[in-house]
Design a protein around this ligand. Structure first.
Ligand code: KG4
Ligand code: ZN
Length: 337
């Protein structure tokens, strides 16, 4: 019997330092250290993120190996997030992965972060059947992706300005909520009326999205209402969150629906941080039932940034012999972004 192939995967594209061990496509460990330092600034401070990655990366990797029950000498491949992301944060992960691999004399695999979000669907059963349509919604991206195979993906359309996660976070900031505001908007929205306030939906062609108009209309709406009632936000927080969330979900699912119909695809999923949103998950399940789709939603721990998704992507790249050059340098935007 062949020895299992252990891949050590590193994710450091934004403000989570994560390490995972994958063995022949099975996750043995998946550690995530979330940086709290950004909360008080209302957003990620890139320089602080890089420094925190440098502090966290060695302990996170050590615990990932311990939890997986392996020694570093058992690692056969080191994988890392190449792009897209914050350049300093990516460099910490890339340099660490490269040095670690060199010390162990093993190859490296460079992974695209957005492709990894999609492939998070292949970590556990039930796994989608190809062709598979995935709506990838994160803090920096919003994409409708056609997946023909694990490594053959095409971005059919994406946002022309802000990402869906950014829209959640910026609205949350206007409401005085701390960063990242997406999960808090989700929480308050669960108690609110999604039809209490109406915000316009943009007219975007094909599978394109735009969220900057929503941001502006929420800002003007709040300014107007606060002139009438200075406590408007406090008195209507649940309903504001529910109405904004309803609008974002409508924008997202309208395009996903359009693509699934046009391409006649019935394997449909969501991925990325915003796929943790309870309203989006529920609305997709309902749409899937109405349309006869097989719907795929990742477990919460695989929605937001994690190294297990980098590891599973590296697993498929390993099977196809797609190794990276040791001199590889991360770019803020990769060819797949
Ligand atoms: O994929 P991710 O962890 O990092 C990026 O690659 O950007 O996504 C982070 C984004 C943030 O904007 C965060 O507010 C949003 O995902 N997010 C949510 C929820 N959980 C995370 N947005 C809405 N509802 C949630 N439950
Ligand atoms: Zn992400």
């Amino acid at each position: 019997m062949n020895k299992p192939v252990h891949i050590l995967a590193i994710e450091s594209s934004c403000d989570d330092t994560s390490a995972a061990v994958i063995s022949d496509g099975q996750v043995l460990s998946n550690l995530i250290a979330t940086q709290k330092v950004h909360e008080k600034f209302g957003g990620v401070v890139p320089e602080m993120a890089s420094r925190a990655h440098m502090q966290n990366i060695i302990p996170v990797v050590d615990v990932a190996l311990r939890e997986a029950g392996i020694e570093k000498e058992d690692i056969q491949v080191v994988a890392f997030t190449q792009s897209p992301g914050l350049i300093g944060s990516l460099l910490v992960g890339a340099c660490f992965a490269k040095a670690y691999a060199q010390a162990l004399d093993v190859p490296i695999i460079a992974v695209n972060h957005m492709q990894a979000h999609v492939l998070a669907h292949f970590i556990e059963e039930p796994r989608p059947v190809f062709p598979f349509l995935c709506l990838t919604v994160s803090g920096g991206h919003t994409q409708v992706v056609l997946c023909r195979s694990h490594l053959d993906m095409e971005i059919l359309g994406q946002t022309m300005d802000d990402a869906a996660g950014e829209a959640f976070d910026k609205v949350a900031k206007m409401l005085g909520l701390p960063y990242p505001g997406g999960p808090l908007v989700d929480k308050y929205a669960q108690q609110g009326d999604p039809h209490k306030f109406t915000f316009p939906l943009p007219e975007m062609k094909d599978y394109e999205f735009s969220f900057s108009g929503l941001k502006t209309s929420v800002l003007y709406f709040l300014q107007k209402q606060k002139k009438i009632d200075p406590d408007f936000v406090a008195n209507n927080l649940n309903d504001i969150c529910a109405s904004v969330q309803y609008t974002i979900i409508k924008m997202l699912l309208n395009k996903l629906h359009k693509a699934a119909k046009a391409l006649r695809i019935d394997q449909v999923g969501i991925a990325g941080g915003v796929s943790a949103n309870s309203g989006l998950r529920k609305a997709l399940v309902e749409m899937g039932e109405n349309e006869g789709w097989q719907v795929y939603i990742p477990k919460f721990e695989y929605c937001t940034d994690n190294a297990a998704m980098i590891g599973i992507t590296a697993h498929y790249k390993y099977l196809h012999g797609q190794f990276a050059d040791m001199a590889v340098s991360p770019a803020a935007r990769g060819s797949w972004s």
